[in-house]
Design a protein around this ligand. Structure first.
Ligand code: ZN
Ligand code: FE
Length: 253
């Protein structure tokens, strides 16, 4: 399985997924059609599937043009069928969808939007987390509430540790600065920040990131950890209150 990040708009990533054995080709969250078309034609590929993590314009903007051009099928969460343009395949929570020779588990992870899903390629251990989990960050809560978002984050945390996380935006540098502000003596975070600085100085993507890395350095995944609670002066508070506090701090960062 070959995965290629395609930078779109200002800081979005669409991902081309290419299963060379079966010939299946998909794109995750095409904000715009043009950069996708130019990659596909350069590599002489035809598009079979358009996978949408959620309905926001910067994830579905290229749907209709790509669907028309390649006769591709559009996938999205069943409850969002009225707001995902061109949707053909309606996905449910915990459903398995087949891409080429791969089993893809659908995780409904509301919070950023109510219909947000994650595509988890089980054998390959690849997760497309859209705007729910970013490298060193988590998505803003637009339609859901903090409780839903924490539950969604906790579902992702339970995936295998060597899962590679492909998220919807290149927000990693700014996220790292936020994590450093409140968790600055975390050695895993510090070394990740150094790697991120190098990557960004050569304009390289910071994705994918392993779940293991995120568990150690992403402050939003560390709200159950005592050392972080102490740093936030919340050592006797439950995980939910810590998560809500961290999310609020990030909103005003
Ligand atoms: Zn979004
Ligand atoms: Fe987005």
């Amino acid at each position: 399985m070959q995965i290629t990040p395609i930078p779109c708009l200002t800081d979005n990533y669409a991902y081309i997924i290419n299963d060379k054995n079966s010939g299946a080709v998909g794109v995750v969250d095409p904000s715009e059609a043009k950069p996708i078309i130019s990659f596909l034609s350069k590599n002489k590929l035809k598009l079979n599937y358009i996978l949408n993590t959620h309905h926001h314009f910067d994830h579905i903007g290229g749907n209709i043009e790509l669907k028309k051009l390649y006769n591709a099928e559009v996938l999205g969460f069943i409850n969002d069928k009225h707001r995902i343009p061109g949707i053909d395949i309606l996905l449910k929570d915990n459903e398995k969808w087949v891409f080429g020779n791969s089993q893809v588990k659908i995780l409904h992870i509301p919070g950023h939007t109510l219909g947000h899903i994650c595509f988890f390629f089980e054998r390959e251990k690849i997760a497309f987390t859209g705007d729910t989990l970013f490298s060193l960050g988590c998505g803003r809560i637009f339609e859901g509430d903090h409780n839903q978002m924490l539950k969604s984050i906790n579902r992702i945390k339970k995936l295998p540790k060597d899962t590679m996380i492909y998220c919807g935006h290149e927000y990693t540098y700014k996220n790292a600065e936020f994590c450093m502000k409140y968790d600055g003596d975390n050695v895993n975070l510090k070394s990740k920040f150094e790697r991120i600085k190098k990557l960004r100085s050569s304009n390289s993507p910071t994705v994918p990131s392993s779940l293991e890395d995120e568990l150690k350095s992403n402050i939003f995944l560390r709200c159950d950890q005592n050392d972080l609670k102490i740093k936030l002066n919340m050592e006797n508070e439950d995980d939910f209150k810590v998560f809500r506090k961290v999310r609020d701090l990030k909103d005003s960062f």
